[in-house]
Design a protein around this ligand. Structure first.
Ligand code: NDP
Ligand code: MG
Length: 392
């Protein structure tokens, strides 16, 4: 029996993880579930899965959640705060942690799981973008098993040989990340400038949380994923390519020096990479329907348009600049996306805010987590002041 903590169980990845786990009660027991604002959902999940702990961010949410769980006659104990998140990720009873909190808030608890040598299923790409060097050193130092859940990285992981870092890295000529192109792929720049949050969140193939949906529409998501791939697969940015594939069936590809290209295919449903991560190195049924290629009939591919989607280029540049540039990019993007969701700025302001924030920094190599947090905080303040200036 495996004991699982799901960081961010009330989100899209969290719910899909619980869906897969509910199909295999003989294999997985929930130790802890965590949420932030959706307390009713967290209470219901905690009772249904008989979680030992439910974690929220603050005391007042904890009081509300305790009452909701009592109403449902549940026995889950409620705890709160950043330390509580880290504690349920690091507890010795737990052997698998799904890291599915969105954004920078996921970094500390995910690292706590890494530092206790657990099997960590990584959905929270922002933690690698922010602190890739520190994060990957910790994976190595503490012997954690890091399994990518982001569909592209999970696909690449499946197409790589085991222990490829030791003996096969020179055999790989390219990692090719698929991208759907998002809801605005066929829109012109003028129409994109008028896009509303609802339009940006209406992803053609995937149902996801708001933040990653906006990132997909701006293609910042693919930029973050290039940085994520660089760290996960210990490779340079010039070996990473993005390929637009609107059907989201080919989840990514690995090109070898002999001309072979291996790809992983499947219906666009996150339960596939989640089941892969949970069961690895075995396999587990996920509830995802069989892929019917004759029904899909056509798979198409095209180059990304960097003029229409400048976020992709910004992320590439930040990765090349190195140091704290990706952390600054990530923080500025989080602030810009929230401002767009709050209808304070238009869609095309997102890359502008990120670019202006990056321009005001002299990048350096953050040696500690505190230094990363400091860059993250400064970038948030700068991005906010860029927004304020545009509002006045
Ligand atoms: P959601 O927005 O659906 O869920 C986010 C989760 O994080 C929720 O449980 C939310 O709680 C919790 N949360 C939000 N803010 C905080 C905070 N400050 N402190 C603690 N918990 C918090 O996001 P997704 O599930 O879509 O994405 C999660 C992560 O997985 C992201 O990093 C995303 O990039 C990545 N990912 C997602 C994919 C997808 O298909 N959805 C695909 C690939 C990667 P609550 O809802 O209760 O407020
Ligand atoms: Mg992805």
């Amino acid at each position: 029996m495996h004991f699982v903590t799901i960081l961010g169980s009330t989100g899209s990845i969290g719910e899909s993880t619980l869906d897969v786990i509910s199909q295999h009660p003989e294999k997985y027991t929930i130790y802890a579930l965590t949420g932030c604002r959706q307390l009713q959902k967290l209470a219901q999940q905690s009772v249904q899965f008989k979680a030992k702990y439910a974690v929220v961010t603050d005391e007042s949410s904890a009081k509300q959640l305790t009452n909701l769980i009592q109403d449902l006659k549940g026995t889950t104990e409620v705890i709160f705060g950043v330390d509580a998140l880290s504690e349920v990720a690091a507890n010795s009873q737990v052997d698998i942690v799904m890291a599915a909190i969105v954004g920078a808030a996921g970094l500390l608890p995910t690292l706590s799981a890494v530092k206790t040598g657990k099997k960590v299923l990584l959905a929270n790409k922002e933690s690698l973008v922010m602190a890739g060097s520190i994060f990957m050193s910790a994976v190595k130092q503490y012997g954690a098993t890091l399994l990518p859940i982001d569909s592209e990285h999970n696909a690449i992981f499946q197409c790589l040989p085991h222990n490829y870092k030791d003996s096969h890295q020179s055999a790989i000529s390219k990692l090719i990340l698929s991208a759907s192109g998002g809801p605005f792929r066929t829109w012109n720049i003028e129409k994109i400038a008028e896009a509303t949050p609802a339009q940006a969140c209406a992803h053609p193939n995937w149902s996801m949380g708001n933040k990653i949906s906006i990132d997909s529409a701006s293609m910042m998501n693919k930029g973050l994923e290039c940085i994520e791939a660089k760290w996960l697969f210990d490779t340079s940015m010039d070996k990473i390519e993005v390929l637009i594939h609107p059907q989201s069936i080919v989840h990514s590809l690995v090109q070898y020096i002999d001309g072979s290209v291996l790809a992983q295919l499947g219906n666009p449903d996150m339960r596939t990479p989640i089941a892969h991560g949970l069961a690895w190195p075995q396999r587990l049924s996920s509830g995802v329907a069989d892929l019917n290629l004759s029904e899909i009939a056509q798979l198409t591919f095209e180059q990304p348009d960097l003029t229409k989607f400048p976020c992709l280029q910004l992320a590439y540049n930040a990765a090349q600049a190195g140091g704290d540039a990706p952390a600054v990019l990530n923080a500025a993007n989080e602030v810009a996306v929230q401002a767009f969701l709050d209808t304070r700025v238009g869609f095309t302001a997102i890359p502008q805010i990120v670019e202006k924030t990056l321009e005001s920094f002299n990048f350096y190599e953050p040696e500690s987590l505190a230094a990363v947090q400091e860059s993250d905080n400064r970038a948030r303040v700068t991005a906010e002041s860029v927004i304020k200036r545009s509002e006045s």
